[in-house]
Design a protein around this ligand. Structure first.
Ligand code: GLN
Length: 481
């Protein structure tokens, strides 16, 4: 599939449309239908049009790149200078960063067009956007369902045709699961491939920024634009490779692993849909191998311990003094901080801070946190070893299709458990892309995950690209230029 970005970019260059016209079409569509989906929590049309105008000037001079003039959405935890970036939390009400995230710097330099902030679960903790202080986003495929989370607003925006692509973040599945629930493409890059500078931290050793897009080539174009070493992020790496120029669709002799632990206990329709992809790849000349990783299931508890531990530390800075919301009516600083945090954080965030504080406390540190780190090491080592035998693993993204509204708050443990397909990837620091593989009998999208070794985004995206024609992203809603 050529993808929207390439198509629009060609139209911009051939002057059959201007970025101002394209951006206006998106702003109009947001105006018309964002009320239905709550995908954007804020939109700045004037700013978007300013960027679009400059993009048109750049293109007129024969300059610019793949993303010049292309309108996109930004998850509400990625800092943009002067733009409210509240992580959809009351505690960051009105917070305007004084700097741009590294990824935003890159997109601004390319004169891509930022439309506004996308809805998300509070501080990226959740799987449905229902923990957002701005209310949940709804799934454009069927509004009785959530678009997934935490980057659900971005996925909803892309599926509904309110943005060409969206920047999301993925700590335990937050790009891939919303992509799967909405029938879009979501890439979680290798840990270190994309700078986290300016990403408001949840679990710093797991967080990665990546694209949600309407095609594999779109996701590759965004990945190419935002990846690369950044001295301001100590964990960033110079090893990332470009992906757009490797999309041939040739998967001959590609070694694909079927990891049986991934297919146990998942919805039969999801299982069948994802398994049917193996037949496609075999026909295309790929080599299928059954592999096993018994430690896979241990990744889930390890994730919730590590992520919560890091969150409890990262979120310590929200004290009513430095950022956002401050409670009123207090007699001492201690009371002010206590009240601010009690009133400013939502229930799920508080639950995770408490869990994280508990697993880090003296007496429990060894039993939980240290043990989780050991499990992490063994899962990462086992995954590494697997990637000696295969190039790509195929797996489900989520054991079910999209959750109905209000499911997650009544089924907290089940919702955590549903992350078991995505979190091993974060635990191991490897890249994975989620692409649509089919639909359930209820008409809900089913996602499939292609997982690769570190810094093989080009390999997994090419494998995804090969499959994409058999089940492309539907781009039948919103702006359809
Ligand atoms: N569902 C996962 C969680 O709630 C994913 C979070 C994420 O990737 N930000 O932790």
């Amino acid at each position: 599939m050529p993808g929207k970005i390439k198509k629009y970019s060609e139209m911009l260059r051939s002057k059959s449309i201007s970025s101002v016209e394209l951006t206006t079409a998106y702003l109009d569509e947001i105006e018309r239908s964002n009320g239905k989906y709550n995908a954007f929590v804020s939109v700045d049309g004037d700013r978007a049009l300013e960027y679009a105008k400059k993009a048109d000037e750049l293109i007129a001079r024969g300059e610019g790149g793949a993303l010049t003039g292309i309108p996109y959405g930004v998850k509400a935890n990625i800092c943009e200078k002067g733009v409210v970036t509240d992580c959809c939390s009351k505690i960051l009400t009105g917070y305007r960063p004084t700097y741009d995230a590294a990824v935003i710097e890159k997109l601004n330099a390319a004169l891509a067009v930022p439309l506004g902030k996308n809805n998300m679960d509070e501080f990226a903790m959740g799987s449905s956007t229902e923990t957002s202080a701005h209310g949940a986003a709804l799934n454009p495929v069927n509004t009785a369902y959530v678009p997934g989370g935490s980057s659900g607003g971005g996925a909803a925006a892309v599926r509904a045709g309110l943005a060409t692509f969206a920047l999301g973040s993925d700590t335990g599945g937050s790009i891939r699961q919303p992509a799967a629930f909405t029938g879009t493409v979501g890439l979680k890059p290798t840990y270190g491939a994309v700078s986290r500078y300016g990403l408001i931290a949840y679990g710093s050793s797991l967080d990665q920024i990546g694209p949600i897009a309407a095609s594999v080539s779109d996701a590759a174009a965004v990945y190419d634009a935002i990846s690369g070493w950044d001295k301001r992020d100590m964990t960033s790496s110079p090893l990332s490779r470009s992906a757009s120029d490797k999309l041939t669709g040739n998967v001959k002799n590609l070694r694909i692993g079927y990891l049986k632990e991934y297919f146990e206990g998942i919805d039969p329709e999801v299982k069948q849909t994802v398994e049917s992809a193996f037949g496609f790849y075999e026909k295309e000349g790929a080599v299928l191998k059954e592999v096993s990783l018994p430690a896979l299931k241990e990744a889930l508890p390890a994730y919730y311990i590590i992520a919560c531990a890091e969150a409890s530390s990262n979120l310590g800075r929200y004290d009513g003094i430095r950022y956002g919301y401050r409670a009123t009516d207090y007699d001492s600083i201690d009371e002010m901080i206590k009240k601010t945090r009690s009133l400013g954080f939502g229930k799920e965030v508080k639950r995770r801070i408490m869990l994280g504080t508990y697993v880090l406390s003296a007496g429990y540190f060894d039993a939980y946190y240290k043990k989780a780190l050991r499990v992490r090491e063994s899962v990462a080592a086992a995954m590494n070893e697997l990637f000696g035998a295969v190039d790509v693993l195929i797996a489900p993204v989520s054991p079910t299709t999209a959750f109905p509204l209000n499911y997650t708050s009544a089924n907290i443990i089940e919702t955590y458990m549903a992350d078991f397909c995505t979190v091993p990837v974060n635990i191991a620091g490897v890249p994975a892309v989620s692409i649509p593989a089919g639909e359930s009998s209820a008409g809900l999208p089913v996602g499939m995950q292609l997982i690769g070794a570190k810094f093989t985004e080009d390999v997994i995206l090419n494998a995804a690209y090969a499959f994409e024609n058999s089940f492309p992203v539907k781009t039948d809603m919103g702006v359809t230029i």
